[in-house]
Design a protein around this ligand. Structure first.
Ligand SMILES: Nc1nc2c(ncn2[C@@H]2O[C@H](COP(=O)(O)OP(=O)(O)OP(=O)(O)O)[C@@H](O)[C@H]2O)c(=O)[nH]1
Ligand SMILES: [Zn+2]
Length: 363
């Protein structure tokens, strides 16, 4: 019998460590590395890292490297050598585009070319899945066993961890209960909990949709600003209420409320993106400058929940053909796209136009 954490639990611990600014150790057959998230680094830990010697590198995504005019020799990842005099503001300036326009010169940034970037890539996946800026300090370790033990650090086996992070975490139904709504008194809320310790997702079932017919469905991504605050910068609030109203009118439907705020980058990063949008960048450019892809959501979660609830085909309320393709890929057939054009205003007109022009949304 062992009470030791398994891989899923070790990864959850590693994410929590990184969010707290605590380093973790990644280990593979080819080497090991000490990893710190740039966003939660402090001056003392930077000094401690320096004291270890070696060649610390700042791993960033190719998207961020493009903005910084650094070479990404590893495809999707760039390994920037930490200059000997690099200060905490320098590290944060490379990681965070907030002051790119005010202080454009961070470089020239020297990127590492030889060697393997697998641990750097994993470090970036880990900090991203911890909803932090995609930038991590990485230092090769020659004796990870004694190092991790003497500093009480979480140790992550790199190869199985990389495989696990690329998969969707299994989900488990937790509870469901009756929830009368304005649109329909026959509402029911179901809670699903991912095994990886990530955020729970919800399904609102209206009426009793038959499982052997296509159900009117919406995969709604969390938008605190639009859904709850009435933000005019997007169309999420009106879409949420419009979808529920249509389900209420038809007497049946299922709305998944997926906690993938900010197209999967988290609310703090979405606000960073909003701040860049105030500097003149559009929604896609802002994500890229932060080092993210346009859309970091995992729609396999939505397909999984639908299947767990017994639905195999849907009439999907969306303007996003990407969602339809993902559902089909995951074995949920989309018999019809039901357009959901609501909530356009003077503030979100350019945002909606960008989504149509760059992300394939249908007008
Ligand atoms: N990163 C980022 N996320 C945003 C921005 N504006 C809204 N979001 C998020 O985008 C998600 C909503 O996705 P949308 O792109 O509006 O719509 P969609 O779900 O792709 O497609 P529809 O089904 O047609 O609504 C929510 O998670 C919002 O929090 C933004 O400027 N930047
Ligand atoms: Zn929104």
């Amino acid at each position: 019998m062992s009470l030791a954490p398994d891989l899923t639990e070790t990864l959850a611990r590693a994410r929590a460590d990184l969010r707290m600014g605590v380093p973790v150790v990644l280990e593979s057959a080819d080497g090991a590395a000490l990893v710190l998230a740039a966003e939660t680094l402090d001056a003392q830990r930077l000094a401690d890292l320096r004291a270890l010697g070696g060649r610390p590198m700042l791993a960033i995504t190719a998207r961020r490297a493009e903005t910084l005019k650094a070479r990404a020799y590893d495809g999707d990842v760039a390994r920037i050598l930490l200059p000997p005099d690099a200060s905490l503001p320098w590290v944060l300036g490379v990681a965070d585009p907030a002051d790119d326009l005010k202080t454009p010169m961070k470089g020239p940034l020297m990127a590492e070319r030889g060697g393997d970037a697998a641990l750097h890539r994993l470090a970036l996946s880990l900090v991203k899945s911890a909803r932090l800026l995609p930038a991590a300090l990485v230092l090769d370790l020659s004796d990870p066993d004694s190092f991790a033990a003497s500093h009480s650090l979480t140790r992550v086996p790199a190869t199985p961890a990389a495989a696990m992070i690329s998969e969707t975490s299994p989900l488990h139904p937790v509870v469901s209960a009756r929830l009368p709504l304005q649109v329909s008194e026959a509402g029911r809320l179901h809670i699903f909990r991912p095994e990886d310790g990530g955020e729970e997702h919800y399904a609102i079932e209206i009426g009793q949709p038959p499982r052997d017919k296509p159900v009117l469905a919406r995969l709604h991504s969390a938008c605190f600003t639009g859904d709850l605050m009435g933000s005019l910068k997007c169309d999420c609030g009106p879409q949420l209420r419009g979808a529920l109203a249509q389900m209420g009118a038809e007497g049946a439907g299922v709305l998944l409320y997926l906690n993938q705020e900010g197209r999967g980058i988290g609310l703090a990063n979405k606000m960073r993106a909003y701040s860049l949008q105030d500097q003149g960048f559009d929604t896609v450019e802002a994500n890229h400058r932060l080092g993210f892809e346009d859309d970091e959501r995992d729609f396999r979660i939505g397909a999984e929940i639908l299947k767990r609830m017994g639905f195999s085909s849907v009439r999907l309320l969306t303007n996003n053909p990407g969602k339809i393709a993902k559902m089909e890929e995951c074995g949920v057939s989309v018999t019809e796209r039901v357009p959901l054009k609501v909530g356009e205003n003077a503030h979100n007109r350019a945002y909606l136009a960008t989504k149509a022009a760059k992300s394939g949304h249908l007008l």
